[in-house]
Design a protein. Structure first.
Ligand code: XIL
Length: 450
């Protein structure tokens, strides 16, 4: 299993100022040769995804709906701000296996392709769930259902092998309220071991994916449901059931609220030896304070790998009546957006561990290099690890033409660079062809140790 943990060292942002002066100088000298737009150098921390990536290689993601990928207002924000994507409905059981044994991946594949071609990581959601089951599955029970569920997990995880970083293997298996019991469902009635059976099937189908349990109302550390999920994860870790992570949906909508002990919940799960993810965040009326608190809580816990909001604009939300997201219906940034970006850029005021955990993460700082009329250089310095893998994306039509001081692999359109350390130090570089776009600047998508 690929494990990438995080540290939260701050990037040496002030360095941009000196480099900016050098770049302005270089551009000034070249200006006589032709019209050159002044490059916007320090773009690394001006978007949610880029800033999260600088905070120990975290992500900032969003749920995406396939039928909105041809809405340019939507994709403009998606491509600019986010470095992680979760298909909102397209990987659910009713979408991927509408008829028993007949799999359908078109919409999910479209989202995966959109994301991965831009260096965004994908969270698969979800392999086993009581809800959004196709009719044929709803009517099954017993060992027939158990076999059909396991076959579904195997087929879907195999189809997306190598493309999905994290899977929500099982979603929402616990009951609300004070019982601390499993939720009653057709899957639960196949036997209490259905959850671990699903995790084992997913692990066999995609051994490199990170396997998560995902649920809502497990945010308040004092809730019976939180405690019950905690005990299940503890039990799985003790018995060697392959679980890597817990997803807290964190829908602070529909009557649920951000709890003041949220950070305790995140760190308590993390202490079991799993990563934690905030997987479906939305907050009624999007108060800046609550969004800031959630962000700072994640940054304070080294194993909190990232935050996914459940949609881009309020109009995209499943609870649009509560206007719970970071962009309004016109795609404008709301105050909560500024609160989140500022919290990310400031690092964590609550105190990050300064030493990355064993096999831990890394951070990057990006420096603008020489600019020519048709191309420009960028260098990236990695700290926190000597063996590292950094993913950097440029915005098409820009494309990466040359790289140095690392072992490079490029996506087919030369927009996503995966650079691995090759013993030549912790700074690597690359040249980007502008191809008509002189203002966009590269964004670091992730930094992984090892
Ligand atoms: C929601 C989607 O946002 C809606 O479009 C769909 O109609 C219902 O499901 N918990 C989950 C998500 O794990 O899959 C749900 O998504 C929201 C609650």
């Amino acid at each position: 299993m690929i494990r990438s943990s995080t540290d939260g060292a701050r990037g040496p942002r002030p360095r941009y100022r000196t480099r900016l002066a050098l770049v302005i100088g270089a551009v000034g000298m070249l200006a006589t040769a032709g019209a050159i737009a002044l490059p916007n150098t320090a773009s690394a921390a001006s978007t949610l995804g880029a800033s999260a990536a600088e905070r120990g290689g975290r992500y900032f993601g969003t749920a995406v709906a396939a039928n909105k990928l041809n809405d340019s207002a939507y994709t403009t924000i998606l491509n600019r701000e986010f470095n992680q994507v979760t298909p909102e409905n397209e990987m659910k059981i009713d979408a991927t296996e509408p008829q028993r044994g007949q799999f359908s991946y078109g919409n999910a594949d479209r989202i995966v392709q959109h994301a991965r071609s831009r260096g965004m990581q994908v969270r698969g959601h979800t392999l086993a769930w009581h809800s959004q089951q196709p009719g044929w599955m709803q009517s099954l029970s017993g060992s027939t259902l158990r076999q059909a569920m396991l076959n579904h997990v195997t087929q879907v995880a195999t189809h997306f092998r190598g493309q999905v970083t994290w899977w929500d293997v099982v979603n929402e298996a616990y009951a609300d309220g004070s019982s601390g019991a499993r939720r009653d469902s057709n899957l639960q009635r196949t036997g209490n071991d259905w959850i671990e059976a699903a995790f084992r099937a997913a692990d066999a189908a995609d051994p490199n994916a990170q396997l998560c349990y995902n649920d809502y109302n497990i945010d308040n550390w004092n809730d019976a449901k939180t405690q019950a999920v905690y005990r299940m994860v503890q039990d799985f870790k003790q018995r060697g059931v392959p679980i890597d992570c817990v997803g807290l949906q964190s829908h602070f909508t529909g009557g649920s609220n951000y709890p003041s002990n949220y950070r305790t919940t995140l760190s308590s799960f993390a202490a079991l030896g799993v990563d934690v993810h905030i997987t479906e965040l939305d907050i009624r009326n999007a108060p800046a304070d609550a969004y800031r608190n959630v962000t700072n809580d994640c940054l304070a816990v080294a194993r909190c790998k990232g935050i996914t909001v459940w949609g881009i604009r309020d109009s995209d939300s499943w609870r649009s009546g509560e206007s719970p997201l970071l962009f309004n219906g016109s795609g404008q940034k709301k105050p909560a957006y500024d609160a989140v970006l500022t919290a990310l850029n400031n690092g964590n005021p609550g105190g990050n561990p300064t030493t990355p955990p064993p096999g831990g993460g890394c951070t990057t700082s990006t420096t603008a290099g020489t600019v020519w009329g048709d191309r420009y250089n960028t260098s990236v310095t990695v700290s926190g690890a000597s063996n590292w893998t950094v993913v950097v994306a440029v915005t098409a039509p820009q494309s990466i033409s040359t790289t140095w001081s690392g072992s490079a692999s490029l996506s087919s359109n030369n927009t996503v660079l995966t650079m691995r350390s090759n013993g030549s130090g912790n700074t690597f570089g690359f040249t980007t062809m502008m191809n008509g776009n002189s203002s966009a600047r590269p964004q670091v998508r992730s930094c992984t140790a090892g």
